[in-house]
Design a protein around this ligand. Structure first.
Ligand code: NAD
Ligand code: IPM
Ligand code: MN
Length: 348
């Protein structure tokens, strides 16, 4: 197994090194190559993602990324030039973001019941496509546009992926989240394609929620969600909220998948570089460890993936919620659990 690792900025390197520690316990022969990309490379060379590096990354089985973004770099330079460029170049059209409230985790909602959802966020289109510009620049009447790109091909492939996932889950329920009451053209294309693909999955029940209402439901009744399919920007926003209601951003994992398998998929925590806590050994590495579990699952290493998830579940059920420990202490605990195989299996 050949993995490319991009620790990145802020807490990225801190959480990634714990995740690699855990990985080493389940797949000791995994070969990892670290790529120095992010703020420090940009400062010293002006480079974001050289073509040669992109070519090398593409040769790996998968990529593990910490986070990018740094207050010393103008906002968006690293995010667009590195992270989004990787997602676009490697055709990461399915941005998979599970939101699960693990037993023992005290979220902010009191007693919300079971929360176990998967958000299938479109990853290469929407307003992220960079389709916009400025008119009448530097005048009183300057105009900024940001056109959301929605192709039938792009929608169909994520909607199909979401239905496949829903069909394999016990509840077999899929919710389209959009804003069809305002976004006339993209809204009707998404709705039509969901309707068309639903015919192939007669057992999957389908619901629709406007994105604003979805934020209400995410807080007042999150257990209603099973699989959510949505566009790139709505998916970005609701997955931070899903993370918040399932115990915090420090626990939320994600995978950027090229379902065709032509390019390596990339796994990363949902959170960013958290400059406010960087360098203090206080970031929770659990989201990155769970991202490694998603990575292994994607590469077909189901048993290894399950061992990591079971260890995280065990740790979450038994840790002191108020002070879960330092970044390295949590990493050490998870590595020990994974290696001793001590975590009880049926908990999942
Ligand atoms: P953020 O996710 O970095 O931080 C939001 C809040 O969550 C902060 O209070 C932070 O301390 C906390 N937090 C984040 N991760 C945590 C962890 N593992 N453990 C404990 N607390 C954690 O979001 P932001 O502050 O909006 O963005 C900071 C930078 O990261 C920006 O440059 C942004 O563009 C970038 N960013 C990058 C990614 C990515 O690389 N995938 C994702 C989101 C944001
Ligand atoms: C995320 C982040 C990114 C996004 C940013 C940093 C470009 O917020 O991975 O959720 O908007 O997708
Ligand atoms: Mn985000």
């Amino acid at each position: 197994m050949r993995l490319a690792v991009i620790p990145g900025d802020g807490i990225g390197p801190e959480v990634v090194s714990e995740a690699i520690k855990v990985l080493g316990e389940v797949v000791p022969n995994a070969e990892t190559t670290s790529y120095d990309l992010g703020a420090s490379r940009w400062h010293s060379t002006g480079e974001l993602l050289p073509e040669s590096v992109l070519g090398e990354l593409a040769e790996h089985d998968a990529i593990l990324l910490g986070a990018v973004g740094d207050p010393s770099v103008p906002s968006g330079i690293l995010e667009r030039g590195l992270l989004l460029r990787l997602r676009f170049e490697l055709d990461h059209h399915v941005n998979l973001r599970p939101g699960r409230l693990y037993p023992g985790v005290q979220g902010p909602l009191g007693d919300p019941g079971e929360i176990d959802m998967i958000v299938v966020r479109e990853g290469t289109e929407g307003p992220y496509a960079g389709n916009g510009g400025l008119l009448r620049k530097d005048t009183e009447h300057e105009i900024a546009t940001e056109v959301s790109l929605n192709t039938a091909f792009g929608i169909r492939r994520v909607v199909s992926d979401a239905f496949r996932r829903a069909n394999e889950r016990p509840r077999k329920h899929l919710t389209l989240v959009h804003k069809t009451n305002v976004l006339e053209y993209s809204g009707s294309l998404w709705s039509r394609i969901v309707e068309e693909v639903s015919l192939e999955y007669p057992e999957v029940s389908v619901a629709y929620s406007h994105v604003d209402a979805a934020t209400i439901h995410m807080v007042t009744d999150p257990s209603r969600f099973d699989v959510i399919v949505t566009d790139n920007l709505f998916g970005d926003i609701i997955t931070d909220l899903a993370a918040a209601v399932t115990g915090g951003i420090g626990l939320a994992a994600s995978g950027n998948l090229d379902i065709s398998g032509r390019n390596p998929s990339m796994f990363e925590p949902v959170h960013g570089s958290a400059p406010d806590i960087a360098g203090q050994n206080v970031a929770d590495p659990t989201a990155t460890v769970l991202s490694v579990s998603l990575l292994l699952d994607h590469l077909g290493e189901k048993e290894a993936a399950r061992r990591i998830e079971a260890s995280v579940a065990f740790d979450l059920a038994t840790r002191d919620q108020a002070s879960p420990g330092t970044t390295t202490a949590i990493g050490d605990r998870l590595a020990a659990l994974v290696s001793s195989n001590a975590a009880p299996r049926p908990a999942l």
